[in-house]
Design a protein around this ligand. Structure first.
Ligand code: ATP
Length: 236
């Protein structure tokens, strides 16, 4: 098991946003987390990566307790993050943005290999190495955010709403990339509102409701569940 979350609670003042979340991600898997607005998905991501402080519970990654590891040390721990809203540096070029993702890597050859790997996955970025990130289209910025998360050669990447606001052809492309990245050996934890696509690419899924896991299992079983169909897949 690569990531294990045990009974995680997170509060924002009086608001009890996570009410005891437990979940696991095994090495090599794509696991998705679906849930409606306000279910606690972003809070869970931010609690995992140390942006938000959890009140209790335990998070283990790759055999190490990372419950209290701060956000800036996540890359070193082996987790690459593509945050919600992408958050690329608009005034920096594509190449400079990618370089930031490799800030912990000292070996120049390894950095070169990472660039090549990202450019092979996203040829559109290769054509735009000197373009300012702020002038990229939304889909290209999303590619850059995912590419940046890969630059440190992480064991796991955490993708927060990678398809948000993208045109349908970019959505397809991003999910195709996620599968490709996973086939290269990277474990993926995917947070998505697009439950339909997320369940198609994932092996397992967790449904989050009101700060709790309401359902978990094989993604294909979750996709066939009548309640999930009605609430998340827009089927009657
Ligand atoms: P969405 O899909 O809309 O982004 P989500 O599933 O990611 O939703 P969260 O953003 O994690 O949900 O929010 C979970 C709950 O915590 C919500 O009730 C939200 O209002 C509350 N919350 C989130 N951030 C804060 C904050 N900084 N201060 C107070 N309450 C917050």
């Amino acid at each position: 098991m690569l990531l294990k979350i045990e009974d995680l609670h997170t509060n924002y003042g009086a608001i009890h946003a996570l009410k005891g979340i437990s979940l696991e991600v095994n090495e090599g898997e794509i696991v998705c987390l679906i849930g409606s607005n306000g279910a606690g998905k972003t809070t869970l991501v931010n609690s995992i990566v140390g942006i938000v402080k959890s009140s209790s519970g335990k998070i283990t990654f790759d055999g190490k307790d990372i419950t209290h590891v701060p956000a800036h040390a996540m890359t070193k721990a082996g987790i690459g993050i593509s945050p919600e809203g992408r958050e690329v540096f608009p005034e920096l070029t594509v190449e400079e943005n990618l370089r930031i993702g490799a800030f912990i890597v000292k070996d120049q050859n390894q950095i070169k290999e990472s660039y090549e790997r990202v450019y092979a996955l996203f040829p559109r970025l290769k054509e735009r190495t000197t373009q300012l990130a702020g002038t990229l289209s939304g889909g290209e910025q999303q590619m850059l955010a995912v590419g940046r998360a890969l630059m440190s050669n992480p064991k796991m990447i955490l993708l927060d709403e990678p398809s948000l606001g993208l045109a349908p052809n970019f959505v397809e492309m991003i999910f195709g990339m996620i599968e490709k990245i996973n086939k290269q050996g990277v474990t993926v934890l995917l947070i998505e509102q697009n439950a339909n696509m997320a369940l198609q690419v994932s092996q397992r899924a967790y449904v989050l409701e009101n700060g709790l896991v309401s359902m978990s299992g094989k993604a294909s079983d979750i996709a066939n569940d009548p309640m999930v169909k009605k609430a998340y897949l827009g089927m009657a």
